[in-house]
Design a protein. Structure first.
Length: 609
């Protein structure tokens, strides 16, 4: 059997030829090493909290072994493999009473889908659009927002795209046709049909799936990108047809021409008579010139609507997309109409008329949790080279929506809103009862984690300093939580925990005492976008190390009792912190700091008993 890493690299190389059609992909599912690679893929299965969540058949990723993998391969070879229906659960949407469905797969199906996912991403990922940012390597919300910041300069209108129930509405026939463009392997295509038609169990009732890719499925993200890549290609062609001229051809306004001419004429007159002027006359002339320059810089330079220059920009993250239009409102309305028609005719998707808004860029559009606007500010700024320039005129601004950080404080129950006599809102910090019974370091770590999380997300915002307001309210909430825990007041808590100007908690480690302080790194704007943690093609080299999961199985040695066995399996736990250390196997896992333990059948039976 070929090394799966070599297979994936080969698929990626061949995918660069867009006319190449892949054959004999299904045979890769007969390779046991692919399943161990999938299991080791810590971002998706092995270290994922959901890996120990049981599917409809009550199976999890526990008890992984060569025998289990061989059983899966045999069913795939014989054609008897049939994915189990996903167990449907509903999870609450953030800041909403609505819930979204989540499909929980059986352990074996998670493993097979992970192998399929790696194969599909090796084939399709290299040719995806640069304007697509969802569920992709080295892409994230930040890279999408950074692209908007860099390319939407001067836009007059935003078209905020919203597709109704996008992931639940994918047409299976359209999706299979898109797969067939690159894949010429009917066995592999038949497997994809099985996944799409597997259905789901809700309240122990089986439901068929007629369209869509279920949320929670391992292959849903890549299938969504394959499906919506058609929209990306449509927008690239649309942009090529729509764009007229270049930014250098943009015309200046009549008012700006007059103001500029006044400055230049006054400069020439001054140069001609400068030597004959007294000191007071020179100062007066310099003062007048600065006044004329300020007037010129306060005048809008370019014609807002110019038929000689039009362009559009487009960015998509998963099923959310936004279009920036340099043109008229009628142009924006036509673009919205054309995109809606394409989605309906080609992809069988419905664009929401109510939620797909056309917003003037002087107002704010909401995209990926940020408010986006194009500044009209005419104030000039002196640059490092000494020149003066209007740095914020028609430049994109990424802003922190107030309701986002306020919503977080209310979600954490760290604050309540009080109306004063004038009806204005006033924020009051609250202690958090759920944290009172935790240790001091756990309380501090919880607050630090929540502050860093929000700051990291909004770190590229022009007004990222506003997270400092959030952090300040959180700080007093933390003071009150500690005060409540120790049955005292905030002043005594400050006296007790402050060291060198920082709120400091001491805690014990194996190497001795250590200290942690309340977040004090500031909230300065970061210009570099953070890439996603999700890696589509992980560093598979980790899988080849001697202490990898596969090699631990191949050794045939029980890590608990030390006996040799030909039927070693991996016992897995969901979280390390769930281990109490009351049994020998828990102590061993805690000592090794591992969530897995390679054990013989007898030891595995004892563990579960």
């Amino acid at each position: 059997m070929r090394n799966p890493i070599a297979v994936l690299k080969s698929l990626t190389e061949k995918s660069k030829d867009v006319s190449y059609k892949f054959q004999r992909l299904y045979r890769n599912l007969y390779n046991p090493d692919f399943y161990w690679l999938a299991y080791k893929n810590y971002k998706n299965i092995y270290a994922n909290k959901g890996s120990m969540t049981a599917g409809a058949d009550e199976s999890t990723m526990d008890n992984m072994s060569d025998a289990r993998i061989e059983k899966i391969i045999c069913s795939l070879k014989s054609g008897a493999y049939k994915p189990k229906p996903a167990r449907r659960e509903y999870i609450a949407k953030k800041n909403s009473k609505k819930k979204r469905p989540l499909g929980i797969l059986s352990g074996d199906d998670k493993l097979v889908q992970e192998v399929v996912r790696m194969i599909l991403e090796s084939i399709f990922e290299p040719n995806f659009s640069k304007r697509s940012h969802g569920f992709r390597p080295k892409k994230s919300c930040h890279t999408a927002l950074k692209q908007i910041h860099d390319t939407f300069t001067g836009a007059h209108w935003f078209v905020e795209g919203d597709i109704e129930a996008c992931f639940d509405s994918f047409d299976h026939h359209v999706l299979i046709d898109l797969l067939r463009k690159r894949i010429d392997d009917e066995a592999f295509i038949a497997l994809m049909w099985k996944f799409l038609k597997a259905g789901y169990m809700e309240q122990w009732q089986y439901h068929k799936t007629y369209c869509g890719t279920p949320q929670g499925s391992g292959i849903s993200p890549i299938l969504a990108n394959i499906y919506l890549d058609e929209l990306d290609r449509f927008m690239e062609d649309y942009k090529a047809d729509y764009d007229i001229g270049s930014s250098k051809q943009r015309r200046f306004t009549h008012e700006y021409h007059i103001a500029k001419h006044k400055v230049e004429r006054y400069k020439l007159k001054g140069k001609a008579c400068w030597d004959s002027l007294t000191d007071s006359e020179r100062k007066l002339r310099a003062k007048t010139l600065k006044s004329l320059q300020r007037e010129m810089r306060s005048t809008t330079a370019s014609v807002p609507l110019n038929d000689s220059y039009k362009t559009i920009q487009y960015v998509r993250y998963a099923d959310d997309f936004i279009i920036g239009v340099i043109g008229s409102k009628e142009d924006a309305q036509q673009i919205k109409s054309d995109v809606k028609r394409f989605l309906a005719d080609r992809l069988k998707l419905k664009m929401s008329d109510e939620k797909t808004k056309i917003t003037h860029t002087g107002d704010r559009a909401r995209f990926l949790g940020y408010d986006i606007t194009v500044s009209r500010e005419q104030v000039a700024k002196r640059l490092k080279n000494g020149n003066t320039q209007r740095c914020h005129s028609y430049v994109v601004q990424l802003l922190v929506p107030r309701e986002k950080w306020v919503g977080k404080l209310l979600e954490y129950k760290a604050m309540k809103v009080i109306l004063n006599e004038n009806g204005r809102e006033k924020y009051k910090s609250l202690h958090r009862g759920k944290l009172i019974n935790k240790s001091d370091i756990e309380i501090l770590s919880a607050y630090n984690s929540e502050i860093r999380g929000l700051y990291n997300f909004y770190s590229i915002a022009n007004d990222s300093y506003k997270i400092g307001i959030f952090a300040n309210i959180m700080k007093y909430s933390m003071f009150k939580t500690f005060a409540n825990k120790y049955k005292t007041n905030v002043h005594r808590i400050k006296d007790r925990f402050f060291q060198n100007g920082n709120f400091t908690v001491e805690y014990q480690t194996k190497s001795g005492k250590n200290q942690a302080v309340y977040y004090n790194k500031g909230f300065k704007r970061k210009l570099d976008a953070m890439t996603a943690e999700v890696s589509i093609l992980p560093q598979y080299q980790k899988y080849d190390r001697f202490n990898s999961l596969k090699n631990r199985i191949k050794l045939g040695l029980c890590e608990l009792c030390g006996k040799k066995s030909s039927d070693i399996a991996l016992h897995q736990v969901a979280k390390m912190k769930d281990l109490t250390g009351n049994t020998a196997w828990e102590l061993l896992m805690l000592e090794r700091r591992r969530k897995t333990l390679a054990v013989c059948p007898q030891c595995h039976s004892k563990i579960h008993s």
